[in-house]
Write a protein that binds this ligand. Structure first.
Ligand code: F6R
Length: 608
């Protein structure tokens, strides 16, 4: 949730760290700080607020020091303040640390250390690590770090500067990501790839319970027994420009516009007019034949894609499909058979609840298929079968292009599975694959066409206190996603209902002028949704309907209609979601909200 960066080389570290933090600002942003060692001592600057508040405090490139660490914080322990911002240090200020994650036993450790005479400056869990290091240090810092790690319960990704060893950064991780970027006579460390996009393309992934010592000309990695180990180098396939705004006012708008290309990238080499190629998944034919239940686990927006995936799989493959939000699933006693497939969906690949659910399912013997946008992420690495979403870096906290690619990944997988399990004919298989290939162009069309009408509709929403989204069947998870997008970036209370469920309670809230968005692109159930639209219309709600071209009769009932191209109803969701994303965006824009970094939210939720 927070962001970590580190640099060691010959260049001035302060500006490199600041730029790295800027690229990670989307991960956590209530405060930030950097520490630079200029060879004589470690200088720390930290501030509550946005990164620009920190920038004003960085003077003289912090004496030109060429080694340092930095952090953007999303508060967990202790409110956002200058003091609680990272980096933190011990009593003598000779260990300076930044940390992501949560130290669950920090109170016990803190009480114990206070009794031993340590003085604490902040309310954070992180500070105990610095004091514990001081306590454990008998002259070998790596050993002190290992001993410290053994005493910590919870999750951590941490990087440390030690005043006595000014040429190196120490690092350790457990259940929170850290990657090490490799350069020429300089090296980087970060919690997230975008931090050093543009500086280097080659990186190591630090695994749980490993330690790293990073110098400018050498990176040494150690296992839990402090034996030095060899690491495989990974290569980043994202371009640095992919993570820039490129003239758009916000990343979110840019990412909405990138969706046609994101879907093209996802389908390239996988979908053709002759069918689907998913050899990369290495799924055993016999297993697929035996497979009769799928569990799909995810959080937030990814969970909404999972719900849509459930309908797709039921429709096309006639399978039992269970979906649950990962924070619930992980604590349920879910019966999992060895022939079940568990699909974990995650943009970041680091969501703590999704990872824990995946591990729980794995322990029970399930095979794990992962849809993620992040190569090398923790969830990707624990997968038995991996489908990379290829949406490119998603910077806006509100997910758009990764979500769309999740939906399309479910389309691809459902068609593939339906054919493998002989649920559809060769002819249907080719027809569905051919329909899929047409999606990017249709997505382009809807982005082009819907903008102006939606800007007008956004005015109504911007002055409303709450809004309802309704739909049936696959239109319902789309309504849920529309409601989530609106609430998270415009702070307007919004709720999604299965359209047929309204009359069982929520209809009591529908009165004159209440905004209702109805998603009605599912043709086989259109008439039913229409009845529900009539119900809210009769109570003088302000109704906007998203519908396929060709259903013009809707104009006799409601004033505001957004048409999407007429498409195979199985895939209509990939188009219908675009106006909902744009509605949220333009509403938030009118309300002058911080669209890319909505309050209290972070891009990657690595804590429970
Ligand atoms: C909302 C949003 C979140 C994430 C959720 C899961 O726009 O982005 O709801 O979908 O935090 O994140 P990932 O997909 O990284 O597991």
């Amino acid at each position: 949730m927070c962001g970590i960066v580190g640099y060691v080389g010959n260049k001035k570290a302060a500006s490199i760290l600041y730029n790295g933090l800027k690229r990670l600002e989307y991960r956590g942003y209530d405060s930030s700080g950097i520490a630079v060692n200029d060879g004589l001592h470690i200088d720390v600057v930290k501030r509550k607020g946005k990164l620009k508040d920190l920038k004003n405090e960085i003077k003289n490139d912090m004496n030109g020091g060429t080694i340092g660490i930095g952090h953007t914080r999303w508060a967990t322990h202790g409110q956002p303040s200058d003091i609680n911002s990272h980096p933190h240090s011990n009593c003598k200020d000779n260990f300076v640390i930044v940390h992501n994650g949560i130290i669950e036993n920090f109170r016990q450790i803190k009480d114990h250390l206070i009794k031993k005479g340590h003085h604490f400056k902040s309310e954070t869990d992180t500070e105990v690590i610095a004091h514990l290091l001081e306590e454990n240090n008998q002259g070998n810092i790596l050993q002190a770090l290992k001993k410290t790690a053994e005493q910590l319960k919870g999750s951590y990704a941490m990087t440390i500067l030690a005043a006595d060893e000014p040429n190196r950064i120490y690092a350790a991780r457990k259940d929170s990501p850290l990657i090490i970027g490799l350069g020429e006579n300089e090296n980087y460390i970060a919690s997230d790839i975008p931090a050093f996009l543009g500086e280097t393309r080659d990186f190591y992934i630090l695994e749980d319970n490993e330690f790293a010592v990073i110098k400018k000309d050498k990176v040494d990695i150690y296992n839990n027994n402090l034996e030095q180990i060899d690491k495989k180098t990974h290569r980043i396939d994202w371009d640095p420009e992919m993570a820039e705004k490129q003239g758009y006012e916000h990343y979110m708008l840019k990412e909405i516009h990138e969706q046609p290309d994101a879907v093209r990238r996802l389908m390239a080499h996988r979908v053709s007019q002759t069918g689907i190629n998913l050899e990369e998944l290495k799924l055993d034919q016999d297993f697929l034949k035996r497979l009769n239940k799928i569990h799909i686990i995810a959080c937030g927006t990814a969970y909404h894609s999972a719900l849509l995936g459930k309908y797709m799989l039921e429709d096309l493959v006639d399978l039992k499909v269970e979906t649950d939000v990962a924070s619930e699933y992980r604590y349920r006693k879910v019966p999992i058979e060895k022939d079940d497939l568990v699909i974990a969906v995650s943009q970041s690949g680091e969501t703590s609840d999704t990872l824990a659910s995946l591990r729980m399912a794995k322990e029970k013997g399930a095979q794990i298929l992962v849809f993620t946008n992040t190569r090398g992420s923790s969830i990707a690495r624990e997968a038995d079968h991996l489908m990379l979403l290829k949406a490119g870096p998603e910077i806006s906290v509100a997910s758009t292009k990764a979500y769309l690619n999740m939906i399309v990944a479910f389309y691809i997988f459902s068609i593939f599975l339906a054919y493998q399990k002989a649920k559809i004919s060769l002819e249907e298989y080719k027809k569905l694959s051919t329909d899929l290939i047409k999606l990017p162009e249709l997505i382009e069309e809807i982005i082009e066409d819907s903008g102006e009408l939606i800007k007008k509709r956004a005015k109504k929403y911007a002055e409303s206190k709450s809004a309802f989204f309704i739909g049936r069947h696959t239109d319902y998870p789309l309504a849920m996603e529309g409601a989530l997008k609106l609430k998270e970036i415009s702070y307007i209370h919004s709720e999604a209902y299965p359209a047929g469920e309204l009359k069982h309670g929520a209809l009591a809230l529908i009165e004159k002028g209440v905004p209702v968005v109805a998603v009605a692109v599912r043709k086989d159930i259109f008439e039913k949704t229409l009845s529900n639209i009539t119900e809210v219309e009769a109570r003088q709600a302000d109704v906007t309907v998203v519908v396929c071209k060709g259903a013009q009769e809707i104009e006799d009932i409601v004033d505001h209609v957004i048409y999407i191209p007429d498409v195979n109803q199985l895939f209509a969701g990939a188009l219908a979601i675009i106006p909902l994303q744009l509605l949220a965006y333009y509403t938030a824009l009118l309300k002058d909200c911080d669209i890319d970094q909505p309050r209290n939210l972070a891009k990657s939720v690595t804590v429970e």
